[in-house]
Design a binder for this molecule. Structure first.
Ligand code: SF4
Length: 386
């Protein structure tokens, strides 16, 4: 891989080595989940089924949410990407001669670059301002056209709910059907994210007709339909951002956030970033994994993260996103690994061949592995003991 993004990734990884955090090998055994849920694994399966079901009928849910919102008197805008969103937000603010907004920053508002883009448009970001707030609801509820809002404090809640102009921005994947699903999803989020019961101040907010001039909801795609297109990869959209997978990932434990150069980091980002951004600039992330399966084991949404990483590798290889040199080496490895005759060659022949094909890439940064003197067959038959 020869892209600039890959080179930057490797140089940032090298800087991170030595500052590694230990991974939490006991993460899955901690019993907070068993205190919150009668049967954690049943709860987890139920939540995963709900999210997967909703992602599969997302078009119906979005139409129904829009219909309900319009009945409630709320204006909805669909934005394919962050450019369109910024354009529409700035137009709305200019129409109302608003020069100051209170932006509640989240991972999603950072993904959209709202802070920087609003500043570029000479709109000031003032906290504690309740003339205009920009806020990300945790979920949109299609059945009622309501929004599930989570706050860090009572003061924050008051600011948002009493703001003269409320602008809500939400990724389309965070739409659910029923209010009843919220408790399960939020408890799973907080028990995995912070290892405690859902501690936040929250409310289900249904905008009223009389408010219609003061509320605007933006539903944003920003690359998510690229994941939705694939039946297997759309499962990644069920992610509830709990970060459990990061806590158990041996690679993330070593490299941390910096090398990603993005708001998305960790195991799930290895799957999704090539689709949310471009395959060319983020394909290397799908090789940033030793396939230990820890992430898949702890994910409360049962997202098969390692399987999706393997699938990415296959897709990028088949579609020739991997450059010729690397494809050639992968083919050589594959031919040698699937042939018993080749695997049974003398260890020094294998070492010579390995050195010949891989020395430049591997030996520059670490020692080449030594092959066993004995084949699997010899080990199995006990010959190696003699
Ligand atoms: S992939 Fe699973 S474990 Fe990782 S953040 Fe998303 S929901 Fe949590």
């Amino acid at each position: 891989m020869n892209t600039d993004e890959y080179k930057l990734f490797i140089s940032e990884c090298k800087k991170s080595i030595g500052k590694s955090k230990p991974i939490d090998v006991t993460f899955d055994d901690k019993n907070i989940n068993n205190l919150i849920f009668k049967n954690y694994y049943v709860a987890r399966q139920k939540a995963a089924n709900i999210r997967q079901k909703y992602i599969n009928i997302i078009d119906e849910l979005l139409v129904s949410f829009e219909k309900k919102s319009i009945e409630n008197g709320v204006d909805i805008s669909w934005c394919v990407d962050y450019d369109i969103l910024i354009e529409e937000v700035v137009e709305l603010l200019n129409d109302r001669k608003i020069k100051e907004v209170n932006l509640f920053e989240t991972k999603f508002t950072n993904e959209l670059g709202l802070h920087k883009n609003l500043k570029d448009e000479e709109i000031s970001i003032i906290s504690q301002n309740n003339k205009c707030v920009i806020f990300e609801p945790k979920y949109a509820i299609s059945q009622s056209g309501s929004l599930f809002l989570v706050f860090n404090s009572a003061f924050e809640m008051e600011l948002v709910l009493n703001a003269e102009l409320k602008i809500f921005v939400i990724p389309f994947s965070n739409i659910i059907k029923n209010i009843e699903d919220i408790q399960l999803l939020t408890n799973l989020y907080s028990s995995n994210n912070e290892k405690k019961d859902f501690p936040y101040l929250s409310t289900i907010y249904t905008p009223k007709k009389s408010d219609d001039k003061n509320i605007k909801i933006f539903i944003v795609d920003n690359g998510r339909t690229n994941l939705l297109e694939s039946k297997s990869h759309r499962m990644a959209l069920t992610c509830i951002d709990c970060d459990a997978c990061k806590k158990v990932c041996p690679i993330y434990g070593v490299i941390g956030d910096n090398p990603y150069n993005n708001v998305f980091t960790g195991p799930i980002a290895n799957v999704t970033l090539p689709y949310l951004e471009t395959i060319d600039s983020y394909k290397h992330l799908s090789f940033n994994c030793v396939l230990c399966g820890n992430c898949k084991k702890v994910c409360p949404m049962n997202i098969p993260i390692t399987d999706l990483i393997i699938s990415n590798r296959n897709i990028f290889f088949e579609r020739k996103y991997i450059d010729f040199n690397d494809r050639y080496k992968i083919k050589i490895l594959k031919n040698n690994l699937i042939s018993r005759k080749k695997l049974n060659r003398k260890h020094w022949i294998k070492e010579l061949l390995f050195r010949f094909y891989f020395s430049k890439k591997v030996a520059s940064s670490r020692e080449l592995p030594k092959f066993s003197k004995y084949t699997f067959e010899q080990i199995k038959s006990g010959k190696w003991k003699k």
